[in-house]
Structure formats: structure tokens, C-alpha cells
Design a protein around this ligand. Structure first.
Ligand code: HEC
Length: 144
């Protein structure tokens, strides 16, 4: 009995490892609901306060700062992970004072950006730990 349990848990450990790497083959993506509605709501206020001056309140950019909605933005990130986008924002934005916000605030803002691009909300709040976000694939939104 003991050895059966050992074999089973070894098998689970292996599939968990594979799942973390091969997100493109059936693991989590931003289509699965990577944030909550509440996060996106707060994120909208955070975005207005810290990002909209350059990126526009409609996220369409201002000529210098690029749009954070639409085809070009999506194709810049498709094939990467939510963690890549989170780190890009966390370490370089707002451009005039990078890193000034908390991880919670960056996650809320990222939730608002996802919502603005048509990605669905889910039941579970977006994690603020980068390794967890790295396990979520960034793929084009529905009807893209
Ligand atoms: C002072 C102006 C300014 C502010 C404020 C600002 N940005 Fe930016 N942002 C830019 C500029 C300019 C670029 C393009 C140059 C670059 O990539 O650094 C950019 C690029 C980006 C990109 C990369 C877009 C892409 O297609 O890959 C993201 C994402 C982004 N900003 C998010 C944010 C978020 C989120 C905030 C608020 C926390 C923010 N920015 C605040 C000016 C700004």
C-alpha cells in the first residue's frame, strides 16, 4: 500500500512539472479567468491615477506611449506569459517613476488591462507572485 502511494505521488509530481512548462498544451491561459472583477474595478482607478496621463483613459495611447488595447499590443505579448507582462509593467512603468506601486496595485492594473482587451474575469484573484503568473500563458482574446 505504501509503495502504491509513493508511485502515485511521484506520477503527480511529474505531471505538475510538465504542466508548469507546457502551458501551451492545455494548461492555464488568460482565457481561463486570470483576475477578478473586483481587481479590475480597483485597477481602473489605479490606471487613471498612474498610467492614463500617458496611455490615455481609453488605453489607446498618446502618440509616444503605445496603446494597451488592440491588435498591436496583443501581438507584442502573445506567446509570452502573464508573468512577462507583469514584470515588464512592474519594472518599467510608470515610465517617470518605475516600480513605485505595490505588487497588489500592479496586479489590479493588469486586471483592468486584461478586461479592457476582452479577457474574461474569474473567481480567483490574480496572484502577485511572478512565478505563479509565469504559469499563465498570454494568448489572443476571444474574437480577436
Ligand atoms: C510618463 C508616461 C508614461 C506613464 C505614466 C506610463 N507609461 Fe507605459 N509607456 C510609456 C512609453 C513612452 C512607452 C513606450 C516606451 C517603452 O516601452 O518604455 C510605454 C510602454 C508601456 C508598455 C509596453 C506596451 C507594449 O505594447 O508592449 C506597457 C505594458 C505599459 N507602458 C504599461 C503602463 C502602465 C500599466 C502604466 C501605469 C502603471 C504606465 N505604463 C505608465 C509611457 C508611460
Amino acid at each position: 500500500m505504501k509503495s502504491r502511494i509513493a508511485i502515485l505521488s511521484a506520477a503527480l509530481a511529474v505531471s505538475a512539472t510538465i504542466g508548469g512548462v507546457a502551458w501551451a498544451q492545455g494548461a492555464a491561459t488568460v482565457l481561463d479567468g486570470a483576475y477578478t472583477e473586483a481587481q479590475a474595478q480597483t485597477g481602473q482607478d489605479q490606471f487613471s491615477a498612474h498610467c492614463a496621463a500617458c496611455h490615455g483613459s481609453g488605453l489607446t495611447g498618446n502618440g509616444e506611449a503605445p496603446a494597451l488595447v488592440g491588435g498591436e499590443f496583443i501581438s507584442n505579448w502573445a506567446g509570452l506569459t502573464l508573468g512577462d507582462l507583469f514584470e515588464r509593467i512592474r519594472t518599467t512603468m510608470p515610465q517617470d517613476n518605475p516600480g513605485k506601486l505595490s505588487r497588489d496595485q500592479y496586479a489590479q492594473i493588469l486586471a483592468f488591462i486584461l478586461k479592457s482587451n476582452g479577457y474574461p474575469a474569474g473567481q480567483k484573484a490574480m496572484d502577485t507572485r511572478t512565478p505563479f503568473l509565469n504559469a499563465i500563458g498570454f494568448v489572443p482574446p476571444p474574437h480577436h
